[in-house]
Write a protein that binds this ligand. Structure first.
Ligand code: TXA
Ligand code: MG
Length: 296
């Protein structure tokens, strides 16, 4: 399929591609490339960061990224490839960009059962981070035409392989808890493992869930210079101890945000200050995240 080769070339170049899975169309990027992942958020116009699902070709590839226990292996053996996402501890050597996990030490991972997504995983040789390929707050796309209507020129390539079959997003399981109900039902899960239903809040309000890295130190916004004992995270003309983007590029800033917060927490200073980031485009998501970090 020529479209797959074109899509793989885009992924290898750090771009984003819309591609069907068995659940919904996803907006995919190389999960190891933080700038590419930032482009996903920018294209969706998402006002906050939410950890993304990493798609891999098989369970062996998943085990190179996440730490599996016996329960996870039971679920993977029963339902992969298929519409089941497992939330597992991330391996130290996983190589996944921190924007994918929103800085968490866990990763959501799945092996999709769809020929187009599987072909792209093989051709790009990359783990693919992919949320649903719709603009923020729009409904998830089950046809290529939905993607085009929702994202339009924000996505350079839509691989059209017809309607998706499941039509709703994958079931998410963490440990023995269902975090999001989906095509792999509680009954189906129950046949192989005793599972309980957990919070479903993040289905309706994804950004509201506390699934983000939260800095331990107090954080001050809109700083133009470092105060006493502060670690300044700079942007554009405001030079700090660390920089989100020297050139004032909000996509680059998004890509660097969670790593910068980790570095600030690990620094020798007791407080964190962050230079103002413009509210334009993905800057809204950066500021949403920073405001949450500042008010906790
Ligand atoms: O079917 C699907 O899962 C589709 C296709 C494209 O694969 N993808 C999808 O992604 O629905 P998205 O971004 O819309 O949903 C990802 C969900 C979010 O609710 C997020 O909070 C949760 O997964 N999630 C991701 N990483 C997590 C983690 N480490 N811990 C807890 N929840 C996590
Ligand atoms: Mg979604």
């Amino acid at each position: 399929m020529a479209a797959i080769q074109e899509a793989a070339a885009l992924i290898r170049a750090g771009g984003i591609v819309a591609i069907p899975t068995e659940t919904v169309y996803g907006l995919a990027a190389d999960a190891r490339d933080s700038a590419a992942v930032a482009r996903i958020y920018a294209a969706k116009g998402r006002p906050s960061f939410n950890p993304l699902i990493v798609h891999v070709p098989d369970a062996a590839a998943a085990e190179r990224i996440a730490v599996f226990d016996a329960d996870a292996r039971v679920l993977a053996a029963a339902f992969w490839p298929g519409p089941l996402t497992l939330v597992l501890p991330i391996r130290a050597d996983a190589g996944i960009a921190s924007l994918v996990t929103a800085g968490l030490d866990t990763v959501a991972i799945r092996v999709p059962a769809h020929r187009a997504m599987q072909a792209l995983l093989a051709a790009s040789e990359a783990p693919l981070a992919a949320p649903s390929a719709n603009a923020s707050n729009a409904i998830s796309p089950t046809h290529a035409a939905h993607v085009a209507a929702s994202l339009g020129a924000n996505v350079p390539l839509i691989v059209d392989d017809g309607a998706t079959t499941a039509g709703v997003e994958s079931t998410i399981v963490a440990g023995r808890t269902i975090l999001r109900h989906g095509p792999v039902t509680a009954e189906m899960l129950g046949e192989v493992l005793p599972v309980a239903s957990g919070a479903t809040a993040h289905v309706s309000a994804p950004g509201q869930l506390a699934t983000h890295y939260a800095p331990r130190k107090p954080l001050r916004l809109d700083a133009v210079a470092a105060g006493h004992d502060e670690w300044l995270i700079g942007f554009g003309a405001i030079t700090g101890d660390d920089m989100l983007s020297s050139s004032g590029d909000v996509v680059e800033a998004a890509a660097r945000l969670f790593d910068a917060l980790h570095r600030a927490d690990a620094s020798s200073r007791s407080r964190i200050a962050v230079a103002p980031v413009p509210e334009k485009g993905i800057g809204a998501a950066i500021n949403d995240r920073l405001r949450r970090a500042a008010t906790r």
